[in-house]
Write a protein that binds this ligand. Sequence first.
Ligand code: FAD
Length: 395
Amino acid sequence: MKNEYDVLIIGGGPGGALAAKTCAEKGLSVCIIEKRPAIGVPVRCAEGIGEDLIGEFFDELNPKWISEKIKGAKLISPDGSSFYLSPEMAGNEVGYVLDRKFFDRDLIWLAVESGAECYVKARAVDAIMEDGVVKGAVIEYFGEKKEIRAKVVIAADGVESKFSRYCGVDTTVPLRELETCAQYLMTDIDIEPGITVFYVGREVSPEGYIWIFPKGDRTANVGIGISGTQSKDSSRAKDYLDKYVKKNFPDGKIIELIVGGVSVCKPLECTVADNLIIVGDAARLSDPITGGGIYNAMYTGRLAGEVASECIRSNDCSKEKLMKYDTTWRSSRMGKALERNYQIKEIFVKLSDAQLNSVLNSVNNLVMKEFSTLTLIKEIIKTNPRLVKELSGLR
Ligand code: FAD
């Protein structure tokens, strides 16, 4: 580990890996530090990603990254009605359940193959600040503190991100917009292969949802997210999940438990500062409706790498120059989807179970030529005129 690099990346998830690979391919010296002893574990994710989204990064997918190909999705309303999205309709919901143990590790391999250095069990414990400007990070590496300086630091330290705060950026997530999640990897359960299932409703999962993401023969990620404000003694995410599992998969075997948080708030007001770029979950870029953030982290990681490289080449890594990163992702398809889905989420979390039943049943028999979250919402609006007023600001 050197004392100085062109780019220092905090966090070895998908955001950090793509940023590192991009910078290294452009010939910059790059260091990634990851606080955990191994990349990709423990997996804190349901591992779903849309086919077209992952296709933006790879012409071919390594088969070992994929646990299951997804061909459709089912939404279960509070009254038990089931809303099936066929392959033709499911659009973004068609894709893969990844095996992130392999996927995340291989993303880092690709970065390292391109010339980046990666250090595990290396935790950023503070920022090096001079005249209010980021100059690098203080690292704890096998019990020793070390300073690493860089022209640009990329904060890719996920939902628990502290680095941006060390740099003076407010990254607070309101408790009601922090989904607390619990997930079992279960086996020996009756599931429909290739179909993801979502349960909504206050009774099963207040201000969140339960998911079943298949991962091969009679095996699936079975998880739940509930709003932080709904999490109380004996009604935590795991309690709701246990109730669901007891009822639906009484003979299933639990082989893994993970817990984690997902932010469903607006993105940070600004995702750059002098010499600093913030990507992925650290920038609060997971989708406010689905909680999905793998693609968003990869997209912003790659973009951060491109902008950082340009700025380093032109010898100007000021906030003003790095703003190209912020404005580009905000005006991208991803940025617009985040803005729209935040507004939709704000309305949907307020619906009672009875209202949810009526909204979902109204679209149950609709045949849509093309499915996307936006198409579904448009159909819901058509059949529920009272929602039109509230949703009228949506594009
Ligand atoms: P992360 O993948 O979180 O990587 C950040 C890394 O930074 C971590 O490895 C962490 O150890 C490291 N780090 C943190 N602090 C430091 C430090 N101080 N020093 C060094 N390293 C540090 N998204 C989807 O797209 N599909 C899903 O199905 C899905 N399901 C989910 C289910 C659950 C239960 C949860 C919790 C999340 C889910 N997500 C899902 C979200 C997805 O996991 C994240 O959006 C994605 O991993 C974000 O990538 P990232 O690179 O920004 O952050």
